[in-house]
Design a protein around this ligand. Structure first.
Ligand SMILES: NC(=O)c1ccc[n+]([C@@H]2O[C@H](COP(=O)([O-])OP(=O)(O)OC[C@H]3O[C@@H](n4cnc5c(N)ncnc54)[C@H](O)[C@@H]3O)[C@@H](O)[C@H]2O)c1
Ligand SMILES: CC(C)[C@H](C(=O)O)[C@@H](O)C(=O)O
Ligand SMILES: [Mg+2]
Length: 372
């Protein structure tokens, strides 16, 4: 069954300057667990920021998708809903997935048939995951230094493609495979994106993270591609780390990183670690970027549906709010994005006073300060 979108009234400040970019349509998928809770706060802040920036119309349309929706309808993501989503300028995504012990839903169904289907079908080649230690945020590292890097994670290939199977399932002779697919096209475009991004950053440095001492076929493709693309960016320096060593440096010397480019699985793991060293998963934002211009990009917190704290207003909405800022940045709404980032910085700086606030209270506080 196709989900029924609920469209809100356009948010359009009367008399907004017309020299701004055109209307922005956002499809909103709150999802499961804390997903809808944090997405509500992200939208609240996004709409307040666009209004404060005097931007023109923003429309939002809710799509009911996720594990709960599947339990009610048996729909993960129909072709019809996917086609509808293609028509939006951007997607704001919360989180999906059931609790690990929820036996009503086959493990991986929602992740594969909804989230990964969105990333693959909408050609989200570059999964951008910034890692920044904001002033005032406690890091688990004793001496973290200045952490400000971005991970450019490949988003449509690797072991995520679903190329595998199992033989003699359930027997002592079972063999299971999960083949990592890496194409010259897929690797080249994400590596190029990483170098383009590094070119715009003060330190202009790219680190390739892989495991080419063992994964020789894929690893050598990535390595050769980096060398070829690097030749076109003489101002950008580059180096290489095996992924196991990268985890050491991410915890002993994270300030060394500027732009990390890596494959889908290594990027998934490294970005939870990056979130942990920069103050926690509640602060880590991401953008699944369609860099071919063929469909909407999708913005979401790095975290999942957190069933352990769902429905209690305990989730930190900051990652979702910062994902909204990435969305606005990508849409050319730089003033509104800047307002969110500054409001988040200010809010985070106040957190050391130890007060514990609800999800909604954090969203309210940031929404109130984007107007300043
Ligand atoms: N993008 C996504 O939709 C996404 C990402 C990761 C996991 N998942 C799914 O989410 C479900 C739970 O996965 P998990 O437990 O491995 O990871 P998770 O990220 O949901 O939770 C890990 C831990 O971090 C905490 N946490 C997460 N977000 C938080 C926030 N905003 N504020 C405070 N604490 C937060 C949780 O309470 C939990 O203790 C699974 O079904 C998984 O497949 C979905
Ligand atoms: C839920 C899962 C499919 C997803 C991933 O592995 O990409 C998540 O862990 C993430 O980091 O967005
Ligand atoms: Mg992950």
């Amino acid at each position: 069954m196709v989900s029924t979108p609920e469209t809100s009234a356009p948010v359009s400040p009367a008399g907004a300057a017309s020299a701004q970019p055109g209307p922005l349509s956002i499809a909103v998928i709150g999802g499961d667990g804390i997903g809808p809770e944090v997405t509500a706060e992200a939208l609240k802040v996004l709409l307040a920021a666009t209004e404060a920036a005097g931007d023109p119309e923003v429309t939002t349309t809710d799509f009911q998708l996720g594990a709960d929706h599947w339990l009610q309808t048996r729909e993960t993501l129909s072709e019809q809903t996917l086609e509808q989503l293609r028509g939006y300028d951007a997607i704001l995504f919360g989180a999906v997935g059931a609790a690990p012990n929820d036996t009503r839903i086959p493990s991986g169904l929602i992740e594969r048939e909804l989230l990964l289907k969105l990333r693959f079908s909408l050609d989200h080649a570059a999964n951008l995951r910034p890692a920044k230690l904001y002033p005032g945020v406690p890091s688990p590292l004793a001496d973290p230094g200045e952490i400000d890097f971005v991970v450019v994670r490949e988003g449509t290939e690797g072991p995520y493609v679903g190329n595998g199977g199992a033989l003699r399932t359930g027997t002592p002779q079972e063999i299971a495979t999960e083949v990592s697919v890496n194409t010259a096209h897929g690797v080249e475009r994400v590596v190029r994106h990483a170098f383009e991004r590094a070119q715009q950053r003060p330190r202009r440095h790219v680190t390739l993270v892989h495991k080419h001492n063992v994964l020789v076929h894929a690893g050598h493709l990535w390595r050769r591609t980096v060398e070829q693309v690097a030749a076109e960016f003489p101002e950008v320096t580059h180096d290489y780390l095996h992924v196991d060593a990268a985890t050491i440096f991410m915890t002993t010397d994270p300030a060394r990183f500027d732009v990390i480019v890596t494959d889908n699985l290594f990027g998934d793991i490294l970005t939870d670690l990056a979130a942990a060293v920069t103050g926690g998963i509640g602060l880590a934002a991401s953008g699944n970027l369609n860099i071919s211009g063929t469909g909407p990009s999708m913005f979401e917190p790095v975290h999942g549906s957190a069933p352990d704290i769902a429905g209690q207003q305990k989730a930190d909405p900051t990652a979702a709010i910062l994902s909204g800022a990435l969305l606005l940045e990508q849409a050319g709404r730089t003033e509104a994005a800047r307002r969110i980032e500054e409001a988040v910085h200010a809010d985070i700086a106040e957190r050391s006073n130890g007060s514990s606030r609800s999800t909604g209270q954090i969203g309210d506080a940031i929404a109130a300060s984007v107007t300043g």
